[in-house]
Design a protein around this ligand. Structure first.
Ligand code: UT7
Length: 323
């Protein structure tokens, strides 16, 4: 039986930091409100000329170095992102060029904050089917470009960054299963106000791409759907939640994460939380959190990990894996 196993991880966060105190000067908010409602203290924001591919590139280089693979080894490249550099070429092709990876399939998937789990699931299927041996799977975002910096209910939550993993065929263990779901009936509670084929307000192009969210409603569906999809992964693999070493959830809100941990009867000591420093980096949040926890020694080889994510669409998903 072929599994796909994460053999290297990497992440990148832009240099510029925006603190809650900085936001107090921009909108009617307070450090106390942001911390108590979301757990977020700071977020990293891309430089004006820094794109999603610019952030993904160093994350990929670090993951490839950690896995000990070169550009010639990569035979599948997939990027999860909501904020691609261009309509086309896709971010995967831009990265191919930058990283000197030539000829393999390269694509991006846009399922908002669940994009990394979706990308991981697709890459896992290709490896299990024997059609790829070494995949580069990326989650990268420049959310700051679509955040409405005058809307206090959303602008305090998001940040930029990138994370990447190398996924390689392994005959012993690795990803046990992935589970993906979506429900377009909830499309309006977390959406963007413009796009490519949909008309934008002609006199305000940037504002036409703003992210809008009914936070309260999203919160409730997020807890329910992520809880259920995590439980599904455990059930399918006949694994008890107590056997999990780490839960690595999408970093949207500390209260959402705490509610999922409570539902799964997991102590917060077994949950990786990085949102204090980075905010919600959408598709990048899980691979960033994974790499941070791998590099600081919390996540160890052979431990059992659960990824669970949730995003606009609405989309959600989980992955259960032996690291
Ligand atoms: O990546 C996936 C997508 N995102 C999420 O999963 C986020 C899901 N939702 C959330 O994280 C939370 O709902 C929020 C953090 C967005 C909001 O927290 P909440 O506890 O649900 O607050 P609320 O929306 O019910 O707002 C409470 C009050 C309101 O004032 P009134 O109506 O009670 O007077 C808001 O106007 O807080 C006000 N408020 C703020 N006050 C200070 C909203 N944003 C802010 C702010 N600063 N930044």
């Amino acid at each position: 039986m072929i599994f796909s196993r994460i053999t290297g991880t990497g992440h990148y966060a832009p240099e510029r930091v925006l603190t809650n105190a900085d936001l107090e000067k921009m909108v009617d908010t307070s450090d106390e409100w942001i911390r108590s409602r979301s757990g977020i203290e700071r977020r990293h924001i891309a430089a004006d000329d820094e794109t999603t591919a610019d952030q993904a590139e160093p994350a990929c280089r670090r993951a490839m170095e950690a896995a000990g693979v070169g550009p010639e080894d990569i035979d599948f490249l997939i990027v999860g992102t909501t904020t691609p550099d261009l309509v086309f070429p896709n971010v995967g092709c831009i990265l191919q060029d930058r990283l000197d990876i030539h000829g393999c399939a390269a694509m991006s998937v846009e399922t908002a904050c669940s994009s990394f789990i979706y990308a991981l699931s697709i890459a896992d299927k290709y490896i299990r089917a024997g059609e790829a041996k070494c995949a580069l799977v990326v989650g990268a975002e420049t959310l700051s470009r679509i955040v409405d910096w005058t809307d206090r209910s959303t602008c305090v939550l998001f940040g930029d960054g990138a994370g990447a993993v190398v996924l390689q065929a392994d005959d012993s263990t690795g990803i046990l299963s992935t589970h993906l779901r979506a429900d377009g009936r909830y499309r309006d509670i977390l959406t963007s106000t413009g796009g490519v084929s949909q008309q934008n307000p002609p006199d305000n192009l940037r504002a036409g791409y703003n992210l809008v969210m009914a936070g309260n409603e999203v919160f409730k569906v997020a807890v329910k759907s992520m809880g259920r999809i995590a439980e599904e992964a455990l059930r399918v693999n006949d694994i008890e939640q107590s056997e999990l070493d780490w839960l690595i959830p999408h970093q949207a809100n500390l209260r959402i994460i705490q509610a999922i941990a409570k539902r799964m009867e997991l102590p917060m000591e077994k949950v990786i939380v990085t949102l204090q420093e980075y905010g919600n980096t959408s598709a990048a949040s899980i691979p960033m959190a994974l790499d941070i926890a791998v590099r600081d020694g919390r996540v160890q080889r052979d431990q059992l990990l659960m990824f669970v994510a949730f995003g606009g669409g609405l989309t959600w998903g989980s992955a259960l894996l032996r690291y």
